[in-house]
Every structure is written in structure tokens, then in C-alpha cells.
Write a protein that binds this ligand. Structure first.
Ligand SMILES: C[S@@+](CC[C@H](N)C(=O)[O-])C[C@H]1O[C@@H](n2cnc3c(N)ncnc32)[C@H](O)[C@@H]1O
Length: 296
């Protein structure tokens, strides 16, 4: 497990999220992606003492950590996908909540854990699962997918223009020796992709694609966007922070097209230069917020 003292997750767009969700004492609010509990602690502080925070994460390590951080607040932390929120609420006899936050992607804690393969230099197996008990690790996809399927996956989920080159290199490499670690994959991709002028690592898009595939991230998000409006009380708010265009596109369209919702952020909210300088992970963050219409 990563050392949490050195890898604290700095919550992205925290002030903006609090402003738009406007949590108040007595309300019931949901953090659907609790991670390192950065947003969750502030949400819980604002609804306390009479309100309640319900926090979810697919990652059992995040759940354990968040339980500790939220111990002194009126909060429950449950291992579940945010797409399962309707069942979570039903099981607890709750009919609706006042706010829901989804802060998508991965946390600094996951990134810093060498056993899980999220970081490019990681000597551990390329796993990339949020919940290590569900689905198959990414190294296994590299082992058995055809060159065509690998290329399609990297193109579709990574929006990587060199997907074919990368897939060819993976298949060539695996015919000689297994490709098991994050560091091995990052090195291979860096060798075949021309260095871009951006400052991101050349393997960023490939890792993103594999992570999205092993966790079925877009399926969970699509399902959530269909069912979460139903979990909101009239006037309740849904805020989603996304980190790449595939997610943001889904969020933008779903919020706009849902007759139950009224979009509050007329323009997407992005972090200011000062936040990006303080926390480079915020660089690509985009926040969209909608409110459940009264009478819907
Ligand atoms: C960016 S981090 C959240 C950080 C958190 N807001 C904080 O301030 O510490 C995203 C978290 O969402 C979790 N996650 C990803 N997909 C999920 C899903 N479908 N349901 C619940 N949690 C999910 C990941 O395991 C990760 O811990």
C-alpha cells in the first residue's frame, strides 16, 4: 500500500465544488468517488452534525483510508461503484439525497502505489484495476488481445494517434518475452511514439486506455448518468469533475439531454492558473453541475 503521508491526494476544484454543491447542515450528500477523502471531509464538515455523508469507492484500500479520515464525521463509507447508488440508498431506506459528487479517474494514492502499476516507473505488475477483485489486470489484456483489438482499444479509449504502432510493438515484444510491468510498457511505448511537444509522458494515453478498459470506466459513468438524477431530491445537485474529453463529452451531453435536470454551469468550470501551479494534476480537470428540476 502507498505511504499516505507522502502521497496525500490534493482535492481538485475544491472551492468550486463546494460553491456549486452548496452543502448545508442537515443535508444528506454523496461522494461517489471518495478516494483520499479530500472533498469528502469538507462535504461532511458542512452537513454535520445533523446531516450525513455517504461515501463510495470501488477501491477497498481507498475505502479503508477514507473510513479513518471520516471517523469523526457523520459519514458512512461503502465499497461500491457510484453506478450502484440507487441500490445503496434503497438498502438504507433513503429515498433521495441533496447532492452527489463524482470526481473521476484515479487518486494520487493509487498512482503512488508501486504494486498497482498506475505510474509509468512502477516496477510492479501492470494491474490498473480500481477493485483488484473485479475484472482482469491490464497485463493480461496485453497478453491475449489481438493486435487489431489492442490498436482499437488504445485508439478508442486513449485517443492515441499512434495506436497501431504501439499495438504492433506490444505483439512483437510479447512473442519474445512477457510484458508484465508498468515500467516495461512505458518504456516500449516511449520507444515507438515520437516525443510530443506536450509535457506529458508518451505512454499517458496508452495507460489511460488500458485503465478505462479494465475498469469499464465509461460503462459505469454512462450507467451512473442514467440513474443518478433519480437519486436526487428535487433541487438536489450533481457535480462531475472529469479529466479527459471522453468523460467530459458523456457528462456534457447526458446533463443537457436529461429532462429531469437543469444545467447550472453554463460554461464548463476549469481550475485557475494558481491551482494548476500548486497541483499539476488539476491541469485537465473540468467541472459540470446540474440540478434536479422541481416537480420532475
Ligand atoms: C480522483 S479520485 C477521487 C479523489 C477524492 N475526490 C479526494 O479528494 O481525495 C477518484 C476515485 O474514484 C474511484 N472510482 C473510480 N471509478 C469509480 C466508480 N465507478 N465508483 C466508485 N469509485 C470509483 C477511484 O478508485 C478513485 O479512488
Amino acid at each position: 500500500m502507498a505511504d499516505e503521508r507522502t502521497t496525500a491526494h490534493v482535492p481538485v476544484l475544491l472551492e468550486e465544488v463546494l460553491q456549486w454543491l452548496d452543502p448545508r447542515p442537515g443535508q444528506v450528500v454523496v461522494d461517489g468517488t471518495v478516494g483520499g477523502a479530500g472533498h469528502a471531509v469538507e462535504l461532511a464538515r458542512r452537513v454535520a452534525p445533523s446531516g450525513q455523508l455517504i461515501a463510495l469507492d470501488r477501491d477497498p484500500q481507498a475505502v479503508q483510508l477514507a473510513r479513518g479520515r471520516l471517523a469523526s464525521f457523520p459519514a458512512m463509507v461503502i465499497q461500491a461503484s457510484y453506478a450502484q447508488l440507487p441500490e445503496v440508498l434503497r438498502q438504507r431506506g433513503l429515498s433521495g439525497v441533496d447532492a452527489i459528487l463524482l470526481d473521476l479517474g484515479l487518486s494520487s494514492l493509487q498512482l503512488a502505489d508501486p504494486q498497482r502499476g498506475f505510474s509509468f516507473s512502477s516496477p510492479g505488475e501492470l494491474d490498473l484495476r480500481f477493485d483488484p477483485a473485479s475484472g482482469e489486470p491490464a497485463w493480461r489484456l496485453l497478453e491475449h488481445l489481438s493486435q487489431q483489438k489492442l490498436a482499437d482499444l488504445i485508439y478508442r479509449y486513449g485517443e492515441e494517434r499512434y495506436s497501431r504502432r504501439i499495438a504492433r510493438a506490444i505483439v512483437q515484444r510479447r512473442s519474445q518475452a512477457p510484458l508484465r510491468t508498468a515500467a516495461e510498457l512505458a518504456e516500449l511505448v516511449a520507444r515507438v511514439v515520437p516525443r510530443s511537444r506536450q509535457r506529458i509522458h508518451p505512454a499517458t494515453r496508452t495507460f489511460q486506455a488500458l485503465r478505462i478498459a479494465v475498469n469499464r470506466e465509461l460503462e459505469h459513468l454512462e450507467q451512473a448518468l442514467r440513474v443518478l438524477p433519480e437519486c436526487l431530491n428535487p433541487g438536489g445537485r450533481l457535480a462531475v469533475v472529469s479529466f479527459h474529453s471522453l468523460e467530459d463529452r458523456l457528462v456534457k451531453h447526458a446533463l443537457r439531454q436529461d429532462p429531469r435536470l437543469e444545467v447550472l454551469t453554463r460554461r464548463v468550470v476549469r481550475p485557475g492558473a494558481e491551482e494548476v501551479a500548486r497541483n499539476p494534476r488539476a491541469r485537465s480537470a473540468r467541472l459540470r453541475v446540474a440540478r434536479r428540476r422541481l416537480g420532475s
